[in-house]
Design a protein around this ligand. Structure first.
Ligand code: GAL
Length: 827
């Protein structure tokens, strides 16, 4: 038996400790990111008179700003805007950005590139007078190599970016204008992993083991061939899981794809409840010196769309409870901010949402990173049109020249995200109705499958029924419909239909071999806090899709009871009831999670933002949010509405959304006005009661025992302001945000539900107010101002840190009301 002396034992323990710490080298601790932010200190000029870069003269006045930047959001809403109210009534224009910078001498032996995550639109870029190229698509990321044209050392470099969003209309929704996503400078060795150069897949996943295939494109920009080792290491947090190494010889100025296989024992799976991530770090070493490192997120999961059982994730059926999102961030416009996206996703998660459709374009990379981290099932969509345009100057004009490159770049950029489960090659594409569309779809499908075979492909098609004829079901049952040639072509892995929930039950008859997904649903319409008198009738606004809307009211509001829908859509309840009922319906993506700027259906000017959101433009939930929460989450829900400020004697419809209970009893000023229970597939209950000021209290019960109680009260006159921050400590990094809600309360602290006071805001400390918004689709007050009129007693203020730490003191005032102050700490 081996006898160890005490010293030997201590020595051995020490060696073990060293080995353990070496193995714990995380991707993060030693990892040197090749990308650095290139967002700050750009000069900007908005002027249609400068039409080419040579006419920029010494007299041109530039302002200094940081990107991401959306110049439109600072503009004035304009009834005559060529963008139309559909585009948010904010004009596009022609903008110029430039930036001077120095590059260290030691980088002269390296490769330096600039990456734009998205520039809307038609951007052109010059470095030191050399033209780098043009990119029409505003939503795609692109990179230019700068090295051949750079000055190194003390001499300046100048980059100029022209952004041309002057041809309008080019979008059916608010696009924003400018360098609206992040910009990065990437410096690598001449031997490096190519841009979007890894492709990590998990062809076999069991509880015991996951096979991980790693395909890496190595790029050698040296004029000599190179011998190197490529090591791919998989980490779980800080712990090394496994590692594979391969020696390569790569020719001069060549690309080489290498394939490596690894195994992860007892993998921790990615799911919507626990989105577990691994990190894959690729290292290229020459003569034992690491010359390049590249990081890829990995989520190990196994999924399929089943003909009978719908979406199966890691062996379990998961109903996709998704929402569609446009890319704007309400009052922040289209300029991306990671915290603002994260907040949107948090609000969606709280409601029970588990899926996001990036309608109708590739999103900011940060959205996908967050979906990976937070657990969403993403449908990543490429296009809103193919060759046939939907608005005069849209991407259809660029289709022939660019669609292939744009699609490939989207696939390369996005295919490692574990949150992406479906590729959508287009939304409501007019060509779906003819053979030309089938031809294009075949081309797009071939490209998609060339770059990723691990996910199914769909298209969000228009339903093959006439939604203007009331009995949609009958049309389908009688086979009195023309199935879209695209759907019939067999090109799609998943049949995706927008709307026509009445037809979903017939899907298996028409497509016995292809699973189904409701790519877009509902299109309910609501204004937060506004209620029409009779709630149990359903209104179609407009009455049919080809008719101009006549009706509504002078204030351009829509009832927030779930009773108003577009003719092509449904109420929220109607579609969810169908999706819920059948296992084979894998899920749905509701139009929309959040309101967005533009497309103010059913209204036109003066409305400028949408009514479709379950949550308004400011981020305040409308009532139907709680219907979904009662159905989609484990939270105990009892939500009663409307507010309790009406005219004496007026009959008010009171709705309740609830769960975990078998009845709800309502009391007005202590007296019961009746018990209600949901029957059959009901999703709410209702009372009609004559208004009397006071307190309306609801109690939900299960087997006679109280589950939860809630009450609403008649508010007196507006008296006080109250400020509540979503986070009262933020990072002093110049980007972080605190979202502060301003509530208008009566003297006793009850929200004044009809208050629409003008709120004046001021901020002391190192930071600024970067957005104000009430969620009112008719408001024309600037989102970038410091005063705003509240809607239904509420308004939102967004405060941004700068790079200095300290106290930020936000004060809200309104005539005749007691002001309020809140302190936010920037750390
Ligand atoms: C759909 C379309 C969406 C949006 C929506 C409004 O047909 O795909 O982009 O326009 O209608 O209801």
């Amino acid at each position: 038996m081996l006898q160890l002396t005490l010293y030997k034992k201590i020595g051995l323990l020490f060696v073990c400790f060293l080995l353990m710490t070496a193995c714990k080298t995380s991707g993060d601790q030693k990892f040197k990111d090749r990308k650095v932010s290139f967002n700050s200190d750009w000069s900007f000029h908005l002027n249609d008179s400068i039409i080419d870069k040579d006419t920029i003269g010494a007299s041109t006045k530039w302002s200094t700003l940081n990107v991401p930047h959306d110049w439109n959001i600072e503009g004035k809403f304009d009834e005559k805007s060529p963008a139309g109210y559909g585009g948010g009534a904010l004009n596009g224009g022609l903008g110029w950005y430039k930036k001077t910078f120095k590059v260290a001498v030691e980088d002269s032996t390296k490769v330096t590139s600039i990456t734009f995550d998205g520039v809307y639109k038609d951007s052109e870029v010059w470095i030191n007078g050399h033209y780098l190229g043009k990119r029409p698509n505003g939503y795609i990321g692109f990179q230019y190599e700068l090295s051949p044209y750079l000055n190194y050392g003390d001499k300046n470099n100048e980059i100029i970016v022209k952004v041309d969003n002057s041809k309008q209309p080019n979008s059916r929704w608010y696009s924003g204008s400018g360098i609206f996503r992040n910009v990065w400078i990437e410096t690598t060795d001449k031997l490096h992993v190519a841009q979007w150069g890894t492709y990590v897949t998990t062809p076999k996943v069991t509880a015991e083991k996951a096979l991980v295939n790693i395909e890496t494109t190595i790029q050698n920009q040296n004029t000599a061939s190179k011998k190197a080792t490529v090591t791919t290491t998989i980490f779980k947090e800080d712990t090394k899981v496994t590692s594979v190494t391969q020696n390569i010889t790569i020719g001069a100025n060549a690309n080489q794809i290498i394939k490596q296989n690894a195994e992860v024992e007892t993998p921790v799976l990615w799911s919507v409840e626990k989105p577990e991530l691994y990190t894959v770090v690729t290292e290229i070493a020459v003569d034992d010196q690491i010359v390049d490192q590249y990081k890829t997120n990995l989520g190990i999961r196994d999924f399929k769309f089943d003909l009978n059982k719908g979406f199966i994730l890691n062996g379990k059926q998961v109903k996709i409870k998704g929402v569609c999102l446009h890319h704007d961030l309400g009052p922040l416009g289209a300029a991306i901010n990671t915290r603002a996206i994260e907040r949107q996703l948090e609000i969606m998660k709280e409601m029970g949402v588990n899926g996001i459709r990036t309608s109708h374009n590739p999103p900011a990379p940060e959205l996908l990173d967050l979906c990976d981290k937070m657990g969403f099932i993403v449908m990543d969509e490429a296009f809103d049109m193919w060759k046939q345009t939907k608005t005069k100057y849209d991407y259809g004009n660029d289709w022939d020249k660019w669609h292939k490159k744009d699609l490939i770049d989207q696939l390369l950029r996005d295919r490692n995200h574990p949150s992406i489960f479906v590729w959508s090659i287009g939304n409501e594409i007019p060509e779906q109705w003819n053979e030309k569309g089938v031809e294009i779809a075949k081309e797009l499908a071939a490209i998609t499958r060339q770059y990723d075979k691990t996910r199914p492909l769909t298209a969000a098609m228009n339903p093959p029924v006439n939604m203007n004829i009331d009995d949609v079901t009958l049309q389908f049952e009688k086979n009195n419909v023309q199935i879209n040639p695209l759907a019939a072509s067999g090109v799609l892995d998943l049949i995706g239909y927008n709307y026509a929930h009445q037809t979903y039950e017939h899907h298996q008859k028409n497509f016995p071999n292809t699973p189904f997904i409701a790519t877009e649903t509902t299109s309910g319409l609501q204004t937060r806090g506004y209620y029409d008198a009779v709630s149990d009738t359903i209104k179609k606004w407009p009455v049919s899709w080809d008719k101009k809307f006549e009706g509504g009211n002078a204030g351009n509001t829509v009832s927030a009871y779930d009773q108003v829908q577009t003719p092509w859509g449904s109420t929220h309840e109607a579609t969810w009831k169908v999706i819920k009922k059948h296992d084979f319906l894998s899920g749905m993506y509701i139009w929309t999670g959040f309101d967005y700027i533009g497309e103010p259906t059913p209204y036109e000017w003066p409305s400028i933002s949408s009514y479709f959101g379950i949550v308004d433009l400011a981020g305040f939930p409308k009532d139907v949010y709680y219907m979904y929460q009662s159905e989609w989450t484990d939270k105990t829900v009892l939500h009663i509405f409307p507010h309790w400020n009406w005219k004496a004697g007026q009959t008010v419809d009171v709705w309740a959304y609830y769960n975990k209970a078998d009845e709800v009893e309502l009391f007005l000023n202590g007296k019961s006005v009746g018990i209600r229970s949901k029957k059959g597939d009901d999703l709410h209950v209702m009372w009609k009661i004559p208004f009397q000021p006071g307190t309306l209290k609801a109690i939900s019960r299960k087997n006679g025992k109280t589950v939860v109680e809630t009450e609403i009260k008649t508010a007196g006159n507006p008296s006080n302001l109250k400020l509540t921050a979503d986070r009262s400590t933020i990072k002093a990094d110049g980007n972080d945000l605190s979202f502060v809600t301003v509530d208008i309360l009566d003297a006793k602290g009850t929200l004044a539900p009809n208050a629409n006071n003008e709120i004046n805001l001021s901020l002391k400390g190192n930071g600024k107010i970067v957005g104000v918004c009430s969620g009112d689709p008719v408001s024309h007050e600037p989102y970038k101002g410091t005063k705003h009129t509240a809607l239904a007693g509420k308004c939102l203020v967004i405060v941004q840190s700068d790079t200095k730490t300290g106290r930020l003191e936000l004060t809200a005032k309104a005539n005749g009301l007691k002001p309020a102050t809140i302190v936010i700490t920037a750390e």
